[in-house]
Design a binder for this molecule. Sequence first.
Ligand SMILES: [Zn+2]
Length: 64
Amino acid sequence: MNTPRYGVTTRKKVESIRMKSSQRYKCPRCKTFSMKRISSGLWKCKKCGLVVASDAYSMSVEKI
Ligand SMILES: [Zn+2]
């Protein structure tokens, strides 16, 4: 039996990285968790279309 090249451990790692970068944040305009990272430092609200510039991998909008 062949050992799979990409085991469960690797898959879990990739998943956690993807979860972090695709995490949703609260939109300061419509107050829904629809903010998604569209590129490095740019976040866009899927609901109202608001674009916010922030950190590359996190967002501090909720604190404002
Ligand atoms: Zn919004």
